[in-house]
Design a protein. Sequence first.
Lengths: 471, 588
Amino acid sequence: MTRSRPRDLPRRRLLQALGLGMGVGPILPLLNATGAEATFPKRLLLVYEPDGAPAKDFNTVVDWKPVGSETDFTLAEIHKPLEAIRSKLLVPWGLKLSAGGAGENHAFGMAGLWTASTLQDPSGSANFDGGNGHRTGWGSGPSIDQVVAKEFGPNMPYLRAADDASPETLFRTVQLGVQCQDPTSLNRMIYAGPDQPLHPEVNPKSAFDRLFKGVGPTTPAANPTPATDDAKVKESARQKLVIDMVAADLKRLRGRIGSEDFAKVDAHLTALEALERRVGGGTGGGGGASGTLSCTVPASPTGSGYDAQLKNMSDIAVAALSCDVTRVMSLQWSYAFSHIKHTWIGLGDHHNYSHDGSDRRTELTAIDNWYAKQLLYLLQQLDSVKEGNGTLLDNTLVVLGRELGSTAHAMTRSPFIMAGGAAGALKPGRWLNFDGQPHAKLLVSIGRLMGLDIDTFGNRDVGSGPLTGIG
Amino acid sequence: MSLPNKSELALTARWLVVTALTTCACTAEITGSTGAPSGESSHEMGATPENLPPITAEGGPLPTDRGGVAEACKAKAGVLETGRTPLRRLTRTELDNSIRALLQVDAAAASSVTPDEKMGPFYSNAIAPVDELAVEQYQELAARVAVAAAPNMSKLAGCELATDAACPARFIDALGRKAYRRPLEALEKTELLAAFDAGKAAGDATTGFETVVEALLQSPFFLYHDDTFVSAGGAQHPSVAPLPLDPYVLAARLSFFLVGSTPDEALMTAAAQGKLGVQEVAAQVKRLLASDPALETVGQFHRQWLGVADVQGVDRDTTAYPAFSPELATAAYEETKAFTNYVLRQGDGKLSTLLTSNLAFPSGALFGVYGATPPAGYQPGTPVPLDATRRAGLLTQAAFLMKHAHTDQTSPVHRGILVRENLLCGTISPPPANLVVTVPKVTAATSTRQRFAQHEADPVCGACHKDIDPLGLGFENYDAIGQYRTKDGLGDVDASGAFTNVRADLAGPFVGAVQMAQALAKSSEVADCVSRQWFRFALGRVESFDDACTVSSLQTGFDASSGNVPQLLEAIATSEAFRYVRSSGGNQ
């Protein structure tokens, strides 16, 4: 497509009209106007790493159990690089994935990772490749991040409801990914509900352009610029008119379709409402942030290849959280059956190493080690953003999860890593032994750390309660 | 690796198919017996816990045997029924084609919109709803297209939007009709005209044009297959009973089925004049199938059906296969389109010819793979006859053989599964949960058959592999890039195989892919499966119990025509399931 005039997407027009650019925001008051201690939003970031702990065969798995006492310990080889930030980690060792259903372990592990729910059998049109040539449907429940983002309350990321008339963060949730492949149960982990997978943006440039349009020094925090500029008002009105027309069309369509399809139209309408808020000049925050945010927008992403894209997406995630573009995010690195070739560390196809007939524990450990370095980078970047007396990492709960326990398809002892402080809710610098306990408990704990009042999550291990000693 | 990394993409989709089934190729360790970590119990596979929300039955599955289908139809006792059609969004290809038809702009939706869902082997966005990301992407796409089309707006409108007061209404009528694939309703005209005026007021006539384009391209009447639209006076949806499609909706369905795009003027005119009865639809199928855009449709059906749509991304160990190159994979990809179009549009149109013809359409290095040389004065795109004792149809062409193979060896399991699932419409029960998944190591001293022998020896593996491997091993004369071979390991290739768990007219042993292909070409089971696959491709959904009469008549008709595919497409387009729509399952 050729662009004949130097014009751009509607929102950019809008923001140009607003005179907003990108840049580094001030790190200013630690105390707000009333002199009380500044408060910062609480954030959630779920991270996915493919496959499980390195295994020679089903019964011979590289042990990743930390060694030492709860607070004085060393990490196993696959996590070694994370020693540098151990004081901000909580390692929940020994969890068994609350996952199952159609397809095979990679597929239902993926569908259950953040939902603790069953991967549905194929049925009618919900009949597609879910791994190993078998048919599956989609997952059967929402993921914990989506529930956290939807609810609101005093100890939650969002104090303000999404339908509140007040300005809102640009996005309630953002899903980013790196080379995540086509939409099948193997390649998606975030769900708004049954049969409602959410797709990650996998193009760093598109993610960057979308998230940081108009985010800059004057806009990150709680006070949106009032719409006074004439051009801006006109452009905003023009875009709202289009969105309202589309919404009216959807409502007309809804009047003549079967109730089976209502969820599709309703989801479309909900997404349009969020778009309309953004067009209307959102970025007002979700409430509860009195401290000035230190918002640094990185340079536009460059480079290709899995490793470069992964770093790009980490930078984008950190900036999006620091600038209050959103407070609930997920980052999906690759996909179940990851066939990423790790050439930059002299290695080949990740998934093939698990099943090529040789003992590949060395290679698989090296790949895990590389992923641990990527997590370290992400955590260090979060930790480098000052917020009041602490850091962005202190105000965030980061959880890294994998769809398997081991590369030999065990669902036990899945290598989860938690990090950050969840704005004081989580006490890191520890490891805990949860051997054999269902990971539904972890999801309950994530929900509770983020402010939800729940004792159960998902449909696999109903009523599990939380993990003892976490949240 | 570059950004969309084709080689990754391609390898993956089918690679993973085999992984767990190759599982058995394997040490077949069923676990949980010793030490930690204890395995998950194998009952997990396919388990449906009590607390799982009920899944909409969608009429339930259709029996697989022909008698069962006929019985199911009989049980309808003459009452017209069809399966429910879910609300579906256009695929990326359909978006690109439609936007080109509307505005002569290349929208590149394929690289800017979330990838399409698959329904069986075919792309169809039938389940997952749009999310915030998709809505953002649609908005960005609409805005980009509007800006790109703007310099051409006078030509597109056929009048001057800036100066001619009557022009905006004319332009909106014409473009709206194309975008929504039906005439605009009065309210829609009013709204779009208001949008033009608002845009003009905010900027100029160009802004007005862009606003209209943005609104049209984001409307659900453009983005979804709007099956439930009914012109004034017709019976209204939602309806549990199937209702005849509005002529405009039927025109759109025909067009997307056969040319993957918005209906052309001939179809729109036919719809407007009520000239889309059964005979006229049959004539339209002939016309559309003969048109240029149908080249892509025919190619894409067969690529998706055979699981080779991403063959261009395969990767090979070049030590094992020095003849491999990305260009070779592209030549194989192109051959599928050229060959299937030749048979269906210039040849006898028969499924048996697709499965047994020795004609090939090689280019470049693909000649070498086939052991052929370009004839004197060879024109690319013309058929080249290959040795008929070695090559028979699609299953012996490079795309299939190359796609369903490992980087360093063939994959009887991949090839067997593809035949079992996509040609025989069979299902394979999942492997036990706790197998160690291992592809056997290539050694000079062993043949592939020897390496995969474990499957037969081990009763756990054998349970599934007995219906897979005997099909896949029949392809052992073809290596992982499709070259014919007679030696493997230390001995001669043993390409004996067998059809097991199939209808009586197919069951039994065979030797080599040529014999296998000839048997498949005569099989009623393959013919029945192919008619179902085309049904799925045409309707974007899986057939259900309620489609019994349509499927039954397609199957008998396909038989009666000796497997004539163009006639099958006509039969689908004129079938009840195609010409009627049931918008509600009535079970909620």
